[in-house]
Design a protein around this ligand. Sequence first.
Ligand code: TEU
Ligand code: CA
Length: 556
Amino acid sequence: AITKAFWKEAVVYQIYPRSFKDSNGDGIGDLPGIISKLDYLQDLGITVLWLSPVYKSPNDDNGYDISNYEDIMDEFGTLADWENLLEGLHARGIKLMMDLVVNHSSDEHAWFLESRKSKDNEYRDYYIWRTSNEENTPPNNWSSAFSGPAWQFDEATGEYYLHIFSKKQPDLNWENPKLRHAIYDMMRFWLDKGVDGFRMDVINFISKADGLPSAGTEKLAWGGDYFMNGPRIHEYLQEMNHEVLSHYDVITVGEMPGATVEQAKKYTGEDRHELQMVFQFEHMDIGSGPGGKWDLAPWTLEDLRSILHKWQVGLAEEGWNSLYLNNHDQPRMVSRFGNDGEYRLESAKMLATLLHTLKGTPYIYQGEELGMTNVTFTSLDQYKDIEILNMYQEKVVEGGADHAAILEAIHVKGRDNARTPMQWDGTPNGGFTEGTPWIEVNPNYKEINAELALQDPNSVLSYYKQLIALRKKSPIMVYGDYELLLPYHDSIYAYTRTLEGEQWAVLLNFFADSVEIPDELGIDLGGKEVILSNYPTEGREMNLLRPYEARIYRIQ
Ligand code: TEU
Ligand code: CA
């Protein structure tokens, strides 16, 4: 039986506030800036806004290091501004999903300032402190996601604290029920203000293995086996659901690096009473060699399709998929999975067709609807992201790696690709700010911006509006069963969606060469209606897909 829900029918738009719209000329995006663009979001047709963190923060990791969970970052505005934003969204029928960052806080949070004062401080166990049994050696060999060890020695009490991310992001101790209940109180604070849900930052990291064992024998190694999907994660999420989430009509998505389909069933099964969906990362890890994301490697359609297919089939009867190809941590999808040169428009629309016709809830990252591209900054000091800067320091400055090779890897995979300011129009700084932007605007803003797109019926933006409008009047796009066609084709990804006798077929050419649709498709396309395509009708040859051509057929 199909259980209908607003969060299954939703189209979510993610805003990275620092880079969306600056209203006061300080070069930093802010809440009033977002408010000035609510009509743009309503016109696009999105139904939920995921707002990356806007809480008080020293911005070591651009807001993912929170120093006060119940107040607004100075640069972004005030709680009153936030109330105005929520009111403006709800007045337009758009729900607000806030970012819940509770695997760690900022080291400037009051809890941590107390915790580090003494070993018997009442907040000591809000964080993860360990002594070391060897001089100048951390308690285990875990590496940080932002380079170096995941432990920081603190003079005041002569112990180390754990930080999987930056040293200014100490991990919270979820073993401590007082901490857990303080988090639940904070969640209620926002839900009682009218927030409609949460995106939960690395939420499958919050349960660490007993004893915090080292990962193998290397000096430094990723300890993910001991904190991803850990021993008490389901207990914690079920407690969070029981204590908080089950009392509200919310949308929830857990960001879960390292989660498998089997694990996702346990996180999102409706009878599990945990979360509604997860952001999995398997498809984000293609195009990487054994050295990880910075070790560039080619990828094939089969690499991408096999993963997306596995998740479509895996969560068909239990759980629900999120559908995304980029966000504030990933390069721009048209550059990574499409073609940001000659076929930028066609490939951006083809990828959008994929995200909106697979089964699951699609997430649009700001600027994706314009076909915004990666940026190729020539100098390192144009980059701001702590992950990029720490990696460069470790690999080039300390490790002697080749500057040009690492800069190329940053061009392909760096998070700042997604963090250059939203391109609103052709005025200086793309209309993002009248001041000096905190990070430079992509120089292609004169050709790629919302003002041009709004006037162009063939723009990527116009195509997104058509996809979203189609979704709102077509239950088959949300609830139809997915079945793969052409399982092994090296350039066409094709599948059907079927609901109560109605059937659509989606055909996507993933590359720049025209390609014959083979008979193996098993469906006679003759006379069938093309509901939507990224190419005009004229010039269409039934059995030939042009470069990056996407077609949605009504079969029955
Ligand atoms: O990201 C977690 C995460 O896994 C990313 O760091 C990702 O692995 C990496 O950036 C890919 O190179 C979340 C937030 O989305 C990210 O912005 C934060 O930096 C991180 O957690 C810490 O809060
Ligand atoms: Ca500002």
